[in-house]
Design a protein around this ligand. Structure first.
Ligand code: EPZ
Length: 419
C-alpha cells in the first residue's frame, strides 16, 4: 500500500496547471457508445477512474487508442457485449452511465447496480424511474439492472432530485429516443453542459443544458465528433485551497471562475485574497481565514466535492465555522482524521462545527474517500512536522500526479511504500 508523506510549513509559490475534469471525461467517454463512428476526446486526465472506464468500454467491445498525451480516439462500431459487470461497476459507480447509451443504441443493457460507497447509499432510483418513463422495461435480478426497449420514446422526466448521474444517463438515452424529452429539475453542473456540447456535436438536438429544464429532440442516429474536456473545477478549487492554507502565492492555470462562483464567494467571505485572470485564478495566501457558515448544494451552490478541502482550510481559521453537508449522508469522515492533526471539529448529523486553531501538528492519517484524502494532504501542507496519509489509492482516482504538481511549487511531499 502506498502512502504520501508531506512535511508542512512551506508556502506554495508558482504556477500549477489544472487537468481535464474527471467528472466530465467519464460521461463523455460513455457517450461514445452512442455512435459507430470514431470520437476523439482531448484533455483527458490520466486517472485511475479513466483507465477503469476505458477497460470497461473495451470489455463492451469499444476500441480505443491514446493518440496523444491526453487525447484518446474511440470507436464503438464493434460493441457486442451489452453487460457492465459487477466487478467493474463496484470499483467505479460512474460505470452505471453505460445504461443510457447501451439501451438507446442497442435496445438492451445488463448493468450491475453500483451499491453504496463510503460517502453514502447512493441509490439509482432516479435513473431507473426516468428510463421507465422513456419506455424501457426494467428488471432487477441478482444485483443487475436488466433493461429492454424496442425504441425509447420521448417523455416528460421530472427528477425528484437534480442528480448529476441521472441527468447524464437520461440525457444520453433521450438523444436517440423517438420524439421530444423534457428533463425537469435537471442537474446544472458544468459537466452536464460539456456532455451536451459533445452530444450536439454528434448530431443530437439538446437545448437548455446548464439550466433546470433540458429539452431533447430525439434523432435516428449520432455520428462521430471531437471534443476538448473542460478543466477540472474541483482540482482547481483544491489547488486554490492549497495556496491559501500555506499562505502562499499560487496561480492556478486553467481555473475557470465561471465554474467556481460559490467556491470563490466562500473564499471572499473567509477573507482569502484571490485575483481572476483570463487564463486562471491567482490566490494570495494571507493570515488565517475568517470562520464562515457553509452549506453544500446542487450546482450552482457550494460543491460537495470541495467541502472537505474547505474544512481543512477552516480548521486553521479564526473563529468558528459551521459546515452543513446536504448532498451526501456520510461525507464528514475526514473530520476525525483532521482532529488527529489537532483540529477542533465536532460532527452532529450532517453538520460539522469547526473551531479554528492556531496550528496543526503532523500525524499518521488515513484517507477514506477521494476528496477526504486530498483534504488531509492540504492540512499536512500547513501542519508542523510530518504527515503520512495512508490509502492514497483513493487520491489517484481523481488527481493526476498530485504530489508532482505540488512539489513543483514548493511542497515537501513524496510518495512512499507503507511497510
Ligand atoms: C456525481 O456523482 C459526481 N461523480 C460526484 O463526485 C459528486 O459528488 C456528485 O455528482 C454530486 O455533485 C461523477 O460525476 C462521476 P448525484 P453522482 O446522483 O452522479 C442521491 C467525486 O468526488 N441520488 O448527483 O453519483 C445520491 O444518493 C464524486 O468526484 C438518489 O437518491 O451524484 C446523493 O445523495 C463523489 N437517487 C445525491 O442524490 C439517484 O438515483 C447526489 O447524487 C441518484 C442520486
Amino acid at each position: 500500500m502506498e502512502t504520501i508523506v508531506v512535511r508542512g510549513g512551506a508556502p506554495l509559490r508558482g504556477d500549477i496547471v489544472v487537468s481535464g475534469a474527471k467528472n466530465a471525461a467519464l460521461p463523455l467517454l460513455f457517450a461514445t457508445l452512442l455512435t459507430e463512428d470514431e470520437c476523439r476526446l482531448s484533455r483527458v486526465p490520466r486517472l485511475v477512474d479513466i483507465h477503469t472506464t476505458l477497460r470497461l468500454l473495451r470489455d463492451l467491445g469499444v476500441e480505443y487508442d491514446w493518440v496523444g498525451d491526453q487525447e484518446v480516439a474511440l470507436s464503438a462500431s464493434g460493441v457486442q457485449n451489452l453487460e457492465a459487470s459487477y466487478d467493474l461497476v463496484k470499483t467505479m459507480r460512474a460505470s452505471f452511465l453505460t445504461l443510457g447509451p447501451l439501451l438507446a443504441r442497442f435496445g438492451r443493457a445488463r448493468v450491475s447496480t453500483p451499491g453504496g460507497c463510503a460517502i453514502g447509499a447512493r441509490p439509482v432510483n432516479i435513473h431507473l424511474d426516468g428510463m421507465q418513463r422513456l419506455g424501457a422495461t426494467i428488471h432487477l435480478y441478482q444485483g443487475y439492472v436488466e433493461a429492454e426497449a424496442k425504441r425509447l420514446r420521448g417523455a416528460h422526466l421530472p427528477l425528484e432530485f437534480p442528480s448529476v448521474g441521472a441527468t447524464e444517463n437520461l440525457l444520453m438515452a433521450a438523444t436517440l429516443a423517438e420524439g421530444e424529452t423534457i428533463i425537469d429539475n435537471a442537474a446544472r453542473e458544468p459537466e452536464i453542459v460539456d456532455l451536451a456540447l459533445l452530444l450536439n456535436a454528434m448530431g443530437a438536438h439538446i437545448r437548455g443544458a446548464g439550466t433546470s429544464t433540458i429539452t431533447i429532440e430525439g434523432v435516428a442516429s449520432l455520428h462521430g465528433a471531437e471534443h476538448v474536456v473542460i478543466p477540472d473545477r474541483v482540482e482547481a478549487g483544491t489547488f486554490l485551497a492549497a495556496g491559501a492554507i500555506t499562505s502562499g502565492d499560487v496561480f492556478v492555470h486553467g481555473a475557470r471562475a465561471d465554474h467556481l462562483d460559490a467556491f470563490l464567494a466562500a473564499f471572499a467571505d473567509a477573507g482569502i485574497q484571490f485575483a481572476i485572470h483570463e487564463d486562471g485564478i491567482r490566490v494570495i495566501g494571507n493570515s488565517r481565514p475568517r470562520g464562515i457558515p457553509l452549506t453544500t448544494l446542487p450546482y450552482p451552490g457550494f460543491p460537495t466535492d470541495l467541502q472537505a478541502q474547505m474544512m481543512a482550510l477552516l480548521a486553521l481559521g479564526q473563529g468558528q465555522s459551521i459546515i452543513t453537508e446536504t448532498i451526501f449522508e456520510n461525507r464528514f469522515m475526514h473530520a476525525q482524521e483532521l482532529v488527529r492533526l489537532g483540529a477542533d471539529i465536532q460532527v452532529h448529523g450532517n453538520t460539522a462545527t469547526i473551531n479554528g486553531v492556531a496550528y496543526l501538528s503532523g500525524a499518521q492519517v488515513m484517507a477514506t474517500d477521494l476528496r477526504a484524502s486530498v483534504s488531509l494532504l492540504l492540512a499536512g501542507l500547513a501542519a508542523q512536522g510530518e504527515t503520512e496519509v495512508a490509502r492514497v489509492y483513493h487520491l489517484d482516482r481523481g488527481y493526476e500526479r498530485i504530489e508532482e504538481k505540488l512539489s513543483r511549487i514548493g511542497a515537501d511531499i513524496h510518495r512512499a511504500k507503507a511497510d
